[in-house]
Design a protein around this ligand. Structure first.
Ligand code: ATP
Ligand code: MG
Length: 439
């Protein structure tokens, strides 16, 4: 093949089909496909190439003049193949491509740091060190295709309920929820921080925009080594005016059910999604347990937790054994919740708050917010925070702040549930934790 033709094949948008579009109705047609060599089998007078692209894989067969060239190609090299579709004797595919032209766009090194097909397993760390190659394994890229679909499904669900998508700053001048867990850095000779959540901004926005949501990255300097915490994670946050925590719980419930229904249709071969869809049913609503009911259950199972204590990992695991799917824990002690959470009028020791759980795993936290400036100021002081550090936020409460409520859903944790992955690192492309800042 001449250099001119080689360039044409690689650069001239030569691809006629994605592999996922090939089917028996194209038998006899000449096609151009592009992707990477997943496998090569040399049986002497024939060489079988398994070619994969982002949509699927197909067997391509070389013979005659192409044999020697194809035998030299290393696995994972990127190639363009021109050839004709014909019936195949292969067990798993009715069609194959008879290779008429093949151009190597880029040769993959040998050996590679991990097996891009996933057939030879590697540790999580090694896989993340070579994440781009790891993604050539269809069961890994499948997780991220699902992630993209879930994101668009969440957007659709919130947009139809009248929420406006917004973007608030991630570089901030004061700690939004007190000082703990904040990453600070030098910002033109001043101190700045990475946002832990959009909490204060989203509350400020509802005085005019009424219902807002944001999907964005947040940062927490958590020195924990767990399978559910990262230093950078993605959160879905909503905030709405003139509603309370009950209303926002129903929005969250509708969102979870809608997403499960939608994605289990699109990814019907993914077992965890099938199970989730069954668990949710069509009318079944997500169970609500109060914090006090959780304490009773824990007492009955030998965990003597006093009122006011946070539910530790071991308590949550015990609850998770008894409640294996989605459930809400509502009405937490006011003491345990952040300063902006509204206490209950009849019982100020308790608050209008909730967490959404899946088994032991906390997925979301939300509640009705205080909208009275004096009470908010008093609560800041009770929590040992200085109201003057929150001046930008407090002044908004002088401008006609309506009652409001909202929640934040840890999106990566939600993806763990949807994919049945036990480690958050499986569902985040390039995770950041205490040990990891690369790649
Ligand atoms: P946890 O108790 O599990 O550390 P939290 O109560 O501190 O979580 P919130 O401040 O309530 O977290 O944040 C809202 C949601 O964001 C959580 O329910 C969780 O799903 C997610 N989230 C919080 N911190 C992290 C993190 N470090 N990594 C991943 N997701 C997180
Ligand atoms: Mg929480």
């Amino acid at each position: 093949m001449s250099i001119k033709n080689r360039r044409d094949m690689l650069h001239n948008n030569q691809r006629s089909h994605y592999i996922g579009q090939l089917n028996e109705s194209l038998t006899g047609r000449r096609v151009f496909v592009a992707g990477w060599v997943e496998d090569i089998r040399d049986i002497g007078r024939l060489v079988f190439v398994i070619l994969r692209d982002s949509t699927g894989s197909i067997q391509a067969v070389a013979r005659g003049q192409h044999l020697n060239q194809v035998k030299e190609i290393s696995r994972q090299s990127s190639v363009v193949i021109g050839g004709s579709i014909r019936k195949s004797d292969a067990r798993d595919s009715p069609i194959e491509i008879g290779i008429e032209e093949i151009v190597v766009a880029s040769r993959a090194a040998y050996p590679l740091p991990i097996d891009g097909t996933g057939r030879v397993s590697s540790s999580m760390d090694k896989r993340i060190d070579s994440r781009a190659l790891d993604l050539r394994n269809p069961s890994v890229s499948g997780i991220f295709k699902l992630r993209g679909l879930v994101l668009s499904s969440i957007r659709e669900s919130l947009l139809t309920k009248g929420f406006l998508e917004v973007n608030t700053p991630k570089i901030i001048g004061t700690a939004s929820e007190g000082g703990a867990n904040l990453f600070g850095f030098d910002y033109f000779k001043r101190k700045a921080y990475l946002a832990q959540s959009p909490q204060l901004y989203k509350e400020e926005l509802i005085i005019s925009l009424d219902r807002v949501f944001e999907i964005g990255p947040y940062f927490r300097s958590e020195k924990s080594h767990t399978v559910r915490h990262l230093s950078e994670f993605t959160s879905v946050d909503i905030e709405a005016a003139f509603v309370d925590y009950e209303f926002t719980m129903s929005i969250l419930e509708g969102l979870v059910k809608g997403v499960v229904r939608k994605v289990s249709g699109a990814f019907s071969d993914l077992a965890p999604l099938r199970d989730l869809a069954l668990k949710l049913g069509s009318n079944g609503s997500i169970e609500k347990l109060t914090y006090k009911q959780c304490l009773e259950e824990l007492w009955n199972n030998g965990e003597k937790i006093e009122f006011g204590a946070d539910l530790t990992d071991s308590s949550l695991r015990l609850l998770g054994e008894r409640h294996t799917g989605f459930y809400f824990i509502t009405d937490w002690p006011t003491e345990l919740k952040p300063f902006y959470i509204q206490d209950k009028r009849q019982d100020p020791e308790l608050s209008e708050s909730f967490d959404l759980q899946y088994g032991y795993l906390e997925l979301a936290s939300g509640g009705t917010r205080l909208h009275d400036k004096e009470r908010l100021q008093a609560r800041l002081e009770q929590k040992g925070l200085r109201p003057e550090n929150f001046a930008d936020h407090l002044k908004v409460f002088d401008w006609g702040m309506p009652p409001h409520a909202g929640w934040g859903l840890g999106f990566d944790r939600f993806m763990m549930v949807l994919t049945d992955c036990q480690n958050i690192r499986e569902v985040v492309l390039f995770p950041r934790d205490v040990e990891r800042l690369h790649p």
